[in-house]
Design a protein around this ligand. Sequence first.
Ligand code: CA
Length: 225
Amino acid sequence: MRLLLVEDDQSLAKVIQRGLVEEGHAVDHASTVADASEAVSINEYDLLVLDLGLPDGDGTELCEEVRNSGSGTPILMLTARDGISDRVRGLDAGADDYLTKPFAYPELAARVRALLRRPRGTAKPILECGDLRLDPASHTVWRGAIMVPLTPREFSLLEYLLRHTGQVCTRESLLEHVWDAHYDGLSNVVDVHVANLRRKLEQPGAPDAIETIRGVGYRIAEAAA
Ligand code: CA
């Protein structure tokens, strides 16, 4: 896959670029909004890794530019730890996912893989796994032919798990993506919501939809796939 990395921190860029190249990607690197903008106008990228704080402007400008051109290229943005408003602006501008700095390279690699797996050209596809179906547009969930009513939080939780089918989602990643990184309520909030979700998705004779990976987190059960 052809990737564009937009990052002005040269040492961080080097680490990311080396890693992604090792995974077999072709990686172009830009350090400014201007260079990145030129690169996307010339090349067709499969994915953008986009730092938001750039010397000549804001990465969200580039997000908007890419989306306004009608491109559905997945965009993973890199934001500061305390940058909630940045994240909101970035996602509103059309970014697909974000990673807060500092991060471990394997997590970036996993996010990139997940984004590259997504079907292209369909902004809001129905997510399916076995007899589970979730429609992000209409906010509905079915197990087989039965519609399952969920709370908004349970819905987000299931959506995140389904978007990461085949991967184990850690409690931390669920907290970060379904709640937010600054959630400081009950420490077992993820487990409580997963338990409720699992109960609602139960069907007589059908396997559990969500698997617990002890000490790590949760994933959509293979049996449901
Ligand atoms: Ca920066």
